[in-house]
Write a protein that binds this ligand. Structure first.
Ligand SMILES: O=P(O)(O)O[C@H]1O[C@H](CO)[C@@H](O)[C@H]1O
Ligand SMILES: Nc1nc2[nH]cnc2c(=O)[nH]1
Length: 298
């Protein structure tokens, strides 16, 4: 019964709710996705590259939250990428939208119950690493979960063993093989000049960081800062899906009191547009190889 318990004002969606939503979706499409993709701010074009689409507006999907942020269309798109069955969130949810953290990550559990094995997460982020430039693509190798330090973790609350263990390991959160694969594909596609790797730090937002905050995060080992992804990674790993994540560096975090730069969402969306095609090619090539990897394993 605790699965439908209330925490404070918010209903927790449990296994049965996630299953009901997954079954509702599966009843309306023949696509059986093995890869789930989440589009970051301004990167929704990725979803448009899926062929043979069956798309659902978030408002029509039982238990699904609604997108409220510009650059997040609010559609769940099923289809194929180079023949491989995928599902793609054209728009994600963020803490600052006011949703309880468990609701932000609900789609990851629905992905799992749809049959998804590998999740590819994308986001827009500010560059803290001084070697990074706007337009760089950072393969995420690790994260700093700042809201988690204060107890704001989507896995808080009763644990349902059908999803995963009470205390999941996170030292292997980002699949090393997939990171390697992305590097190789990036080199093959001629993206070596703007492909990086690094540590992503999540904050609650919606305000962008102060100069002192950027300096602090940089000293703590973060290469990029944003307001998403990490919560999804925690829930995806908890239920045993493989995770690959990347950040598009859409702006330079301001680290210097002499700087005239000001972070803003328009710049974030604009950079997304400029790199859209290359990101789409990188992700779709990865999807092709992920399938091959699984076949090789079999
Ligand atoms: O992380 P995504 O969804 O790409 O969005 C990023 O861009 C927005 C700020 O411009 C924030 O929501 C931040 O998290
Ligand atoms: N927190 C944060 N999120 C972002 N998303 C895109 N750019 C940024 C940034 O500079 N800071």
């Amino acid at each position: 019964l605790f699965l439908v318990a209330e925490t404070g004002f918010h209903r927790i969606y449990g296994y049965d709710d996630c299953k009901a939503t997954a079954d509702w979706l599966l009843a309306q499409t023949d696509v059986r996705p093995i890869v789930g993709i989440v589009c970051g701010s301004g990167m929704g074009g990725l979803a448009d590259t899926l062929k043979n689409q069956v798309a659902f507006s978030y408002e029509d999907i039982p238990h699904f939250p609604q997108s409220t942020v510009h650059g997040h269309a609010g559609r769940l798109v099923f289809g194929t990428l180079k023949g491989r069955p995928c599902v793609c969130m054209q728009g994600r949810f963020h803490l600052y939208e006011g949703y309880p953290i468990q609701k932000i990550t609900l789609p990851m559990r629905i992905f799992k119950l749809l049959g998804v094995e590998t999740v590819i997460l994308t986001n827009a982020a500010g560059g803290l690493n001084q070697d990074f430039k706007v337009g760089d693509v950072m393969i995420i190798k690790d994260h700093l979960n700042v809201p988690g330090f204060a107890g704001n973790n989507p896995l808080s609350g009763p644990n349902d063993e059908r999803f995963g263990v009470r205390f999941p390991c996170m030292s292997d959160a980002y699949d090393r093989e997939l990171q390697q694969m992305a590097m190789e594909i990036g080199q093959e596609l001629g993206y070596g000049d703007f492909l990086r790797e690094g540590v992503y730090c999540v904050l609650g937002g919606p305000s962008f960081e102060t100069i002192a905050e950027c300096r602090m995060l940089h000293r703590l080992g973060a290469d990029a800062v944003g307001m998403s992804t990490v919560h999804e990674v925690l829930v995806a790993r908890h239920c045993g899906m493989r995770v690959f994540a990347l950040s598009l560096i859409t702006n330079q975090a301001v680290m210097d009191y002499d700087s005239e730069e000001k972070a803003n969402h328009e710049e974030v969306l604009q950079t997304g547009k400029q790199r859209a095609e290359q990101l789409e090619r990188l992700v779709s090539t990865m999807v092709t190889r992920i399938e091959q990897n699984n076949n090789n394993d079999a």
